[in-house]
Design a protein around this ligand. Structure first.
Ligand code: FAD
Length: 332
């Protein structure tokens, strides 16, 4: 049952005209194609509208969750009872001033990296195959090849929970491996100022193409998925190897549950073969975690996060442990 009342929908529609939808099925719009109906889905056109929505929601009891392209999340199949604030293609302008780039948070990373390479600006090819928005990438200090976007971020414009705008410099963002100080706060990233390295467009594009081709060879990108499910732990890596290797070594590659499957191509990916629910994914997570623990003594934690019906984001293994503390689908 939606908790969101018509007066909230009307108030949001006034602040972001034409940008409000209700009952949006997250199983059709989220990257992993998993979820249920979201009470309210708002996509503002401007940074000012984002601030207005935050100001309104700070006075309201309904939960609010900011999303980009949902490539690092999956939703509870029972739905989401609150307001999803989408920072997407409507907020995706990019301005170049010499080697400085101002990208609005909703700009898609693969297109951004490629268009900047075309303009002779490089240094971020490692992110060229990472799906999602630049806002999500900055928050996670994402990237590949052990690199993170944070190295090239000079500042970000953020809106706080009350709608106040401020520009934070790189030193305030505290970037470390796959982490920024903005994680776990209520701020919404509106744009990122990047400082890039001049380069030859042709070689920059060739570098990106090579990275994308090697990812396509390894990862099951032809089916909806949530990227790497488990985090790599350096201590486990030394002795057992990366999570994909550990999952494969306990015989779980290809294991299916409902519409979800541990990818036969790469065991640290769970693909949606059609109609997967959050429970299907979580049962596979629980099984992989329990079997690898029993076989190796190492506990694997998740990188992907689950969005509860109340909008609370938790690493998938936390939710799986809560629902089935010692599940192993391969037993009986
Ligand atoms: C096939 C695949 C491959 C992947 N490979 C990689 C990889 O190589 N390296 C890597 O680092 N990641 C990888 N990922 C994970 C994911 O792509 C990144 O974490 C991405 O940066 C998330 O961006 P998003 O816009 O989809 O964010 P979402 O998934 O929508 O959100 C992620 C988090 O960011 C928050 N958020 C999103 N936008 C904003 C904003 N504007 N302001 C404040 N908070 C915000 C959300 O609340 C949430 O907490 C992969 C995912 C997939 C599906």
């Amino acid at each position: 049952m939606p908790l969101t009342t018509p007066d909230l929908v009307a108030a949001l529609e006034e602040l972001a005209p034409g940008g409000v939808r209700t009952g949006v099925d997250m199983a059709t719009v989220s990257a992993w194609r998993i979820g249920g109906p979201a009470d309210v889905f708002v996509e503002p056109d401007t940074a000012e509208q984002v601030a207005d929505v935050l100001r309104l929601m700070s006075q309201r009891p309904e939960p609010l969750l900011v999303i980009g392209e949902t490539t690092n999340l999956f939703f509870d199949s029972r739905g989401f009872h609150g307001v999803l604030l989408r920072i997407g293609s409507k907020l995706s302008e990019v301005r170049i001033e010499g080697s400085r780039v101002y990208a609005q948070a909703g700009a898609r990373v693969p297109e951004l990296v490629r268009s900047l390479a075309d303009a002779g600006l490089g240094g971020i090819a490692h992110a060229g195959g990472v799906p999602g928005t630049i806002g999500g990438l900055v928050l996670m200090n994402g990237g590949s090849q052990r690199k993170g976007i944070g190295t090239h971020v000079r500042s970000v414009l953020v809106a706080d929970a009350d709608g106040g705008l401020q520009r934070l410099g790189a030193q305030e963002l505290g970037f470390s491996y796959r982490h920024s100080r903005l994680q776990g706060t209520d701020v919404v990233i509106l744009d990122a100022e990047l400082e890039l390295e001049p380069g030859d467009p042709e070689s920059l594009i060739a570098e990106i193409d090579e990275i994308i081709a090697s990812r396509a060879a390894k990862f099951p990108l032809d089916l909806p998925n949530g990227g790497s499910v488990f985090l790599s732990d350096p201590a486990m890596y030394e002795i057992v190897g990366p999570p994909g290797h550990a999952i494969e070594s306990v015989g779980l590659k290809g294991l299916a549950e409902g519409g979800a499957q541990i990818s036969p191509k790469h065991a640290n990916f769970i693909v949606n073969n059609g109609g997967a629910t959050d429970d299907d994914v979580l049962r596979l997570v629980a099984t992989a975690r329990n079997k690898v623990l029993a076989a190796t003594g190492f506990t694997m934690d998740c990188e992907v996060r689950h969005v509860g019906t109340d909008g609370v984001l938790r690493p998938a293994h936390v939710v799986a442990d809560e629902r089935w503390p010692s599940l192993d689908l391969t037993k009986g």
